[in-house]
Design a protein around this ligand. Structure first.
Ligand code: HEM
Length: 335
């Protein structure tokens, strides 16, 4: 089965979407660094650093620099999100599903700006800190989905049966439950982002137990996904399933180790990075099990005809418009 050809427009969208994935992963990890170093109120107010100055001064120390540095990372995250949407509009039309996932990016970043402000102004209430992390997961899901939807040849991949599709949905749902229970565990733990940050009145052992139980369920579902796709199923879904299994195993090992060692800061940061990687991979598996989603060649700004169709089209164009028409066979798109 031949793949639809790559075009500069499609390639550029993939780069923007990849930038959205990477910038979100980075800000999640730097955000965790702000939290575990107790720098969450390094700039004690918002949107300015201290009510008078926009940027921190020497008196805010390295906590202020770290927290403000994390605020600045919003700009690359926003730039990638806006680039995805603007580029899709410049190369429209596109399937509604692709546009919807793309719009999640700038709207989500705007939400993060507000939620970040509320988090600081509320003195780092656990629920806002958790919401801040979970909204980043929504952004990662959207960015991974847009990236996957803009891959050449996707439109022609074999359809996946309903059981396998449901299995990827179950993996994503249980993955999300693991993330939510992880944030509950954090809320009951010592790393609130500031010595005076409020903590959830909950036994961390109970929270960690529920969190780890959900991980075992996720592991079981991931093993099932690996087995079901072992021989059958699209190769990219198989690759995502195997990568997910490796990440869940590694992440589980990090989780138990950090719990046993009393949540040392470097392991907590690694654990957050692993959580974001788990979610990006589960999102990839989910969308790869749905090659039909957002793949409507009839409504796509880069819906190139196939090889045969292209030759016919070129021949007609030459006949209709003369030799100059054949010289340009790319999608009409800005470069
Ligand atoms: C797929 C496997 C796992 C994933 C995706 C995951 C994800 C997470 C997430 C998202 C958080 C919250 C991070 C934050 O709020 O910034 C967290 C915290 C935590 N996780 Fe996991 N986790 C996994 C496995 C485990 C396991 C097996 C344990 C063992 C008990 C564990 C123990 C913890 C602990 C103790 C915390 C709180 C850390 C803190 O106080 O900051 N995790 N996890």
């Amino acid at each position: 089965m031949s793949a639809l050809p790559e075009t500069p427009a499609r390639r550029r969208l993939r780069r923007f979407a990849l930038a959205a994935v990477v910038t979100n992963l980075i800000i999640v990890v730097t955000g965790a660094s702000v939290r575990v170093t107790g720098s969450g109120l390094g700039c004690p107010t918002w949107p300015s650093c201290d009510g008078e100055r926009l940027v921190p001064s020497a008196e805010h120390g390295w906590h202020g620099a770290l927290e403000f540095g994390n605020r600045l990372l919003t700009f690359p995250v926003l730039a990638a999100a806006v680039a995805v949407v603007v580029w899709l509009y410049l190369t429209r039309p596109h399937p509604p599903a692709l546009m919807r996932f793309a719009w999640v990016l700038p709207i989500g970043v705007a939400g993060q700006v507000l939620l970040g402000g509320i988090t600081v102004l509320s003195g780092l209430t656990p629920i806002t800190v958790a919401g801040h992390f979970l909204l980043s997961m929504v952004l990662i899901l959207a960015a991974v989905t847009v990236h996957e939807m803009s891959r050449p040849g996707r439109e022609r991949e074999p359809r996946v049966g309903p059981s396998l599709r449901h299995l990827t949905t179950a993996v994503a749902i249980v993955g999300l439950i693991v993330l939510v229970l992880g944030t509950v565990t954090t809320s009951a733990g010592p790393h609130g982002g500031d010595v005076n940050a409020p903590r959830l009145d909950l036994d961390i052992r109970l929270a960690a137990l529920a969190h780890a139980d959900a991980v075992w369920l996720l592991l079981g579902l991931t093993v099932a996904l690996v087995l079901v796709t072992w021989r059958l199923g699209p190769s990219r879904l198989r690759a995502a399933a195997r990568a997910l299994l490796a990440i869940v195993l590694l992440q589980g090992a990090i989780g138990y180790t950090q719990y046993a060692l009393g949540v040392p800061e470097p392991l907590v940061i690694l654990h957050v990075a692993g959580a974001a990687a788990m979610w990006a991979t589960a999102s990839a598996a989910w969308i790869r099990a749905r090659p039909e989603l957002g793949a409507r060649p009839d409504v796509s700004g880069w819906s190139e005809p196939d090889e045969a169709g292209r030759r016919d089209h070129d021949a007609e164009s030459v006949a209709d418009a003369g030799p100059s028409a054949a010289a340009s066979d790319e999608v009409a798109s800005p470069r």
